[in-house]
Design a binder for this molecule. Structure first.
Ligand SMILES: [Zn+2]
Length: 440
């Protein structure tokens, strides 16, 4: 039997580091949101990964290349010998779901989740029990914390069914990243940092699983630099392949004159949810051009000025797109008549600031977060085993309101709330102050 030990110390260090993160533009935009919303975001969900702030130079023992060499040596050794420096911590994923736990919380008052880091020895033993030998190429480098003397790795164990009961016996559970996203307390910097680490890891592993062959010659690809890139195995080709990012523009279209914003519904949305327009950037197009084109195509509205707001990594889209980058804008309308493209959207309407404010105020985002966190706890404790909770999490909030917008884990929420609370033309209080330096 493999002895699994969770490595919670990493969480505390993540918290300490995440506090030092500076995200000036976005923080400035958010910090004047009224505290009544009880949302204290330092960065968007999935941004602010504390492990990624500095990549060590190649000569550094914590660098991807050096760490991989050490890893390979250590895998040949008896894994149960006392480990030398640095320590290696591994986060297993199964079908895009990170290993999580709810044990060991700082506070028992409210449920929260932790990433299920296991030691390299535990990982080797776990796979060994499934008849699989762990190799260095199976692990993907996530980052390092020299002050903690630790290097972090991810591994995809989707094919090893045997790991599930063994980990489940330790109250460890593979949980949908979207579920963890909804269950994350937005004021909890530790949890937000772990969400960012899990998002980065999932994006890398999904990219690995969809880039098995060279797009140029069709030969197999092999991981390089501890999985940070790949390369064609053909000596004649050697094409380098890098992790994929798919940029998406997301925009709140604003009717400045009448103090309204354009919100839209896609048919896949849950009932009563309205959001911003969004669309993929096409080759040869600037971000601003994409904002104007998408708005025109989907709603027939002409956009003039386009103002950047912030951006958010989005590693919870389809697996064919391991990580989207949502680039958020305010788009000021030049024409107001709506002509919805029914193939793209179910509906699009202008909404007054007051109506949008109500949608924000009455939506029960905190309640939805707590409910989700409690359900993750149940999953990790093995209660209601086997149930798929993901359907529940699509209903994020909005029990009390005729209209609601996506929760604070989505950039759309912040585009909309920034406009609602900061750009009121008739409000002496709201408009000229801009205490956080926003130019909007
Ligand atoms: Zn090739």
């Amino acid at each position: 039997m493999v002895k699994l030990s969770l490595l919670y110390s990493s969480s505390l260090h993540l918290l300490a580091l995440s506090k030092k993160l500076a995200l000036p533009n976005f923080t400035r935009t958010l910090c004047s949101i009224p505290t009544t919303m009880s949302i204290n975001l330092q960065s968007h969900a999935f941004a602010g990964n504390p492990m990624r702030s500095k990549t060590p130079k190649p000569s550094d023992p914590f660098s991807p290349t050096q760490a991989l060499e050490t890893l390979k040596t250590r895998l040949l050794d008896n894994p149960h010998l006392p480990s030398s420096s640095p320590s290696f911590k591994v986060l297993p994923f199964r079908k895009g779901r990170p290993l999580a736990s709810t044990i060991g919380g700082i506070s028992d008052l409210k449920p929260t989740w932790y990433l299920g880091w296991i030691s390299l020895a535990d990982c080797k033993g776990l796979l060994g029990n499934c008849g699989v030998e762990l190799s260095g190429d199976s692990l993907v480098y996530l980052g390092s914390r020299p002050e903690e003397d630790a290097v972090y790795w991810a591994i995809d164990v989707s094919k090893e069914d045997g790991v599930v009961p063994e980990l489940g016996g330790k109250q460890l559970c593979f949980v949908e990243l979207r579920t963890l996203m909804v269950a994350t307390d937005w004021a909890d910097e530790r949890a937000m940092a772990e969400l960012a680490v899990a998002g980065h890891a999932r994006a890398l592993l999904e990219w690995h699983s969809t880039s098995l062959f060279c797009g140029h010659c069709g030969e197999k690809t092999v991981p390089k630099e501890a999985g940070r890139r790949k390369q064609c195995s053909s000596e004649l080709c050697k094409k380098r392949v890098y992790p994929r990012v798919d940029p998406v523009v997301i925009m709140l279209v604003i009717d400045k004159e009448n103090d309204r914003a354009l919100l839209s519904r896609q048919s896949r949305f849950v009932p009563r949810m309205w959001s911003c327009l969004a669309g993929f950037i096409e080759p040869g197009e600037s971000l601003e051009e994409a904002v104007k084109r998408e708005t025109w195509e989907e709603t027939g509205i002409e956009v003039g000025e386009v103002v950047y707001h912030s951006s958010q990594p989005w590693p919870v889209g389809p697996s064919s797109m391991p990580c989207q980058l949502m680039v958020g804008f305010f788009a000021y309308a030049k024409s107001l008549e709506i002509n919805v493209d029914k193939e793209e959207l179910e509906d699009a309407q202008w909404h007054s600031r007051e109506d949008v404010k109500k949608a924000l105020t009455f939506a029960e985002y905190e309640k939805a977060q707590k409910t989700a966190a409690e359900k993750v706890e149940q999953m990790c404790r093995g209660v209601e085993k086997g149930q798929n909770f993901s359907a529940d999490y699509n209903v994020e909030s909005g029990e009390l309101t005729p209209m609601f917008i996506p929760g604070p884990f989505a950039i759309a929420h912040h585009l909309i709330s920034s406009w609602v609370y900061q750009d009121a033309p008739d409000s002496v209080d709201a408009r000229p102050k801009h205490p956080c330096g926003s130019n909007l």
